[in-house]
Design a protein around this ligand. Structure first.
Ligand code: NAP
Length: 518
């Protein structure tokens, strides 16, 4: 939406193409019960228009899905964006025409648009991952994926419900479904760490204080590693140097604050498994303190490093396992074998359900891009170029695909940050770049191969210094069978990434070939 707004205000003719029948992206599709942002609402919003950020009223510390969707609709109306969107339309192919340096974009409606520039704003977590369970088509009840939730909602009252998965979507939906369903069975393959959100109504005084100087608030967030949480103290001392009492005090402080900030209890929580163990043990003891049944508590205790898979933020997740109508089934050693007309089979046992909820995640970062038949110079398919994993320069372009930009593409900080902040930064960069080309009568831009290779190498070597490669996360593509195992987001920090992007511009778009072509 912001890309469309920005390019349109620069005088370009812009066509937005959207699969849904409305705006909102992630917040349009993920309507599952309990869906809520885990970045605070005063931070998870656009900053490009001061009147917009002053007039919009958030109600809670962490905004629920419905409120963010209302916000997206408000933005669409306020800036009159709908006329430029074609809804209920999917892009099927995008082919670069070398003779004209234009993209030919063909949609599910059979239309082909010819465009000088093509911007893929297809999202990082928008292509759902539904494991290929044998027998699913014969299931007699209803099944849903959290990432494609029906608009009309789902009535769980009196139903026997299964949730498959224990990632963020499951951890948010399980407490809410458990309150509505007759029974809920959770199928867990990998236990996950989750920190309480401590959600609640926003205090008017706090909102007033931020709105009195929103610019400063944005600035301190934009200068952080992740684009949020700038007002919270980040400690720079080592976890190894602290004694037990200091560690406990610090962990208590960050646990009480809630959310991702727990990982900032010390400067080096992610330095090595030995450093990390203190924080992981603290979080596991919290689980043991909440869950009454010791065997269930142990099953819920993760056996990996904390922060290696994306941390979850919850409201009453572990407490839910104290309910009489909730049961946990470990499918780590006995994978789900198949779906039957009545339910699911694991470990040779059949569990019967009326509804199955698949909270099984996404083909992250590349799934939506690669589901479009994108062909660049020499008719090279993007699927072929990225066969061994995505390769980009700054996550903005990939060599061989001129005039094609990706917003929050692989190789940019994207999913490791506050997404709205990263999206705005990319939109600002791309629109400035296009403006620069137009002012200089240029119509061709392509990331240079050498710059791309260096960027990929830089990103890979940075990620190897972290604990991220050590677990099977979607950051690595490890959740999708057959997907190359490559750490996809840029791990060097949002503030450092922005500095690099600015440096490229100030050095005449270093690493990009820019030309005027007939
Ligand atoms: P996810 O983190 O990828 O979790 C998927 C879950 O399904 C995992 O527990 C996975 O187990 C399990 N699973 C997958 N295939 C399975 C199989 N065949 N059998 C049993 N279990 C299986 O997906 P998600 O929860 O949708 O979250 C994805 C990302 O979306 C989050 O990490 C976050 O970035 C974003 N998100 C954000 C929010 C928010 O802002 N609050 C909310 C929801 C999602 P394994 O771990 O063993 O693979």
């Amino acid at each position: 939406m912001y890309m469309l707004y920005k390019l349109r205000s620069q005088g370009l003719a812009v066509q937005g193409i959207e699969r849904g029948d409305g705006v909102g992206g992630t917040w349009y599709w993920n309507r599952y019960p309990g869906a809520r942002c885990d970045v605070e609402s005063m931070e998870y919003s656009y900053q490009f228009d001061d009147a917009l950020q002053q007039e919009w009223e958030w109600n809670e510390r962490y905004a629920p899905q419905a409120e963010i969707l209302s916000y997206a609709n408000h933005v669409a109306d306020r800036f009159d964006l709908r006329p430029n969107f074609q809804f209920e339309t999917s892009v099927e192919s995008a082919v670069f025409d070398e003779a004209t340096s234009r993209w030919l974009v063909t949609t599910s409606r059979g239309e082909t648009y010819s465009a000088q520039w093509c911007v893929m704003a297809t999202g990082c977590l928008s292509s759902t991952n539904l494991p290929n369970f044998e027998g699913l088509e014969d299931f007699a009840g209803d099944w849903f994926h959290t990432g494609l939730w029906p608009k009309a909602g789902v009535d769980f009252a009196g139903k026997r419900v299964a949730v498959v998965g224990t990632g963020s979507s499951a951890i948010q939906s399980i407490p809410v479904i458990a309150q509505q369903a007759a029974s809920l069975t959770v199928f867990q393959r990998t236990a996950n760490f989750s920190i309480p959100a401590h959600n609640g109504p926003l205090a008017p005084k706090f909102v007033e204080q931020i709105k009195s100087d929103y610019t400063h608030f944005r600035k301190i967030n934009n200068e952080t590693f992740s684009g949020f949480g700038g007002r919270w103290r980040k400690y720079d001392d080592s976890i190894l140097a602290a004694d037990e009492q200091k560690r406990e005090t610090r962990f208590n402080e960050k646990w009480a604050l809630g959310g991702f900030h727990f990982l900032n209890s010390f400067a080096d929580v992610g330095a090595s498994p030995d450093h990390n163990k203190f924080a992981a043990d603290y979080a596991k003891n919290k689980i043991r303190g909440i869950v009454n049944d010791p065997a269930t508590a142990e099953l819920l205790c993760p056996d990996q490093v904390i922060g290696c898979k994306r941390l979850c933020v919850d409201s009453g997740y572990f407490e839910t396992f104290n309910r009489d109508n909730v049961k946990l089934v470990n499918v780590k050693d006995n994978p789900i074998e198949r779906v039957t007309p009545k339910g699911l089979v694991t470990g040779g046992e059949e569990y019967e359900f009326d509804i199955i909820v698949f909270a099984t995640g996404f083909d992250a970062m590349t799934g939506s891009l690669l589901s479009i038949d994108i062909k660049g110079r020499n008719s090279q398919p993007l699927q072929e170029k990225w066969a061994a994993g995505p390769r980009t320069y700054l996550g903005l372009q990939t060599h061989g695909f001129p005039n094609l930009f990706t917003i929050s593409g692989p190789g940019s900080p994207s999913v490791l940050t506050n997404m709205v902040v990263s999206i705005e930064q990319h939109v600002n960069w791309i629109s400035r770049c296009i403006n620069h080309m137009r002012l200089n009568q240029m119509n061709y831009i392509e990331a240079e191969l050498g710059a791309e290779d260096e960027w990929v190498e830089h990103n890979n070597s940075l990620s190897e210094l972290t604990l991220f490669p050590g677990c099977n996360s979607w950051y690595l593509g490890a959740n999708v069978p057959g997907k190359p195992r490559v750490f996809m987001p840029y791990v060097g920090g949002f503030q450092n990434y922005v500095a690099k992007c600015e440096d490229v511009v100030h050095n005449g778009y270093k690493g990009f070939l820019m030309q005027a072509r007939a």
